[in-house]
Design a protein around this ligand. Structure first.
Ligand code: BGC
Length: 249
């Protein structure tokens, strides 16, 4: 089974066809810049362009950086507030003419890591996947089952939203050294381990490829692992989600 997976992010909207037996792309990834302001109608146009690029006609999975319940967007930390209340499934299905299933981006990435990546070996444990990018996304798996829409990137640290202190974007924006940023990440991980007690923490997002620069400086109770699918995870997980949803309906 091959399904189009799309990952909507703050700077780029990316897609690829995904083979769900292997978790591999069957086409090169295609990326289109996120339109200025990322308003719903403008993002929908880009989603349509991506679908046309692949000349695709089946069901589509779409990772989205917010709380998404039954296709409806419920939060807007790093996206325009006008998304709140929008039924993204409906919006994207209308413009593309395909059935689109939208899912939180970190839940998508986590699902992919659990099925095809480092999470594969931890089906009996409690796994927390973090995506460190513009924000901090989280996905929690209890013995292989996802608790959807956890927003643990928004706990408070030193009076601030945690993702405003410890995301990957904060490191580049504030030009923090690896040591300085890792100290912030450590504070975040310790706070998280106070709240929930995962057996394994998987660090994903673009920054997972630099894990040798900061993993040695971190101390966690949980086993700490870099994600293995890097920037493919969001797309693969979105495709998997669409497959699961379309087979349920
Ligand atoms: C959002 C999450 C999202 C994460 C990563 C956060 O700001 O609240 O829903 O998963 O960013 O994109």
């Amino acid at each position: 089974m091959v399904i189009l997976g799309i990952d909507i992010g703050g700077s780029g909207i990316k897609g690829a066809l995904v083979d769900l037996e292997t978790g591999e792309f069957t086409t090169p990834r295609h990326r289109i810049k996120t339109p200025e302001g990322a308003l719903p109608a403008d993002v929908a146009v880009v989603v349509k362009e991506l679908v046309e690029h692949f000349d695709y006609h089946g069901v589509i999975g779409c990772g989205f950086p917010a709380i998404v319940r039954e296709g409806v967007v419920f939060s807007a930390a790093n996206i325009d507030k006008s998304w709140i209340g929008v039924n993204a499934n409906q919006l994207f299905s209308e413009v593309t003419g395909c059935s689109v299933f939208t899912v939180n981006d970190a839940d998508a990435a986590g699902t992919a890591e659990m099925s095809f990546g480092v999470g594969k070996d931890y089906q009996k444990e409690i796994v927390l996947l973090l995506t460190l990018g513009t924000g901090i996304g989280t996905a929690v798996f209890v013995r292989g089952n996802l608790l959807p829409n956890t927003e643990l990137g928004h706990i408070e640290l030193r009076g601030k939203d945690a993702e405003r202190r410890a995301s990957a974007a904060v490191r580049t924006k504030k030009k923090l050294s690896w040591e300085a940023w890792t100290a912030r990440l450590q504070e975040y991980l310790s706070a998280i381990e106070m709240l929930i007690s995962p057996d394994v923490i998987v660090v994903g997002g673009g920054i997972s490829k630099d894990s040798e620069k900061y993993f040695p400086l971190l101390k966690t109770r949980a086993k700490l692992l870099p994600a293995s699918l890097l920037n493919q995870a969001g797309i693969v997980g979105a495709a998997l989600y669409a497959y699961q949803q379309s087979s349920e309906t």
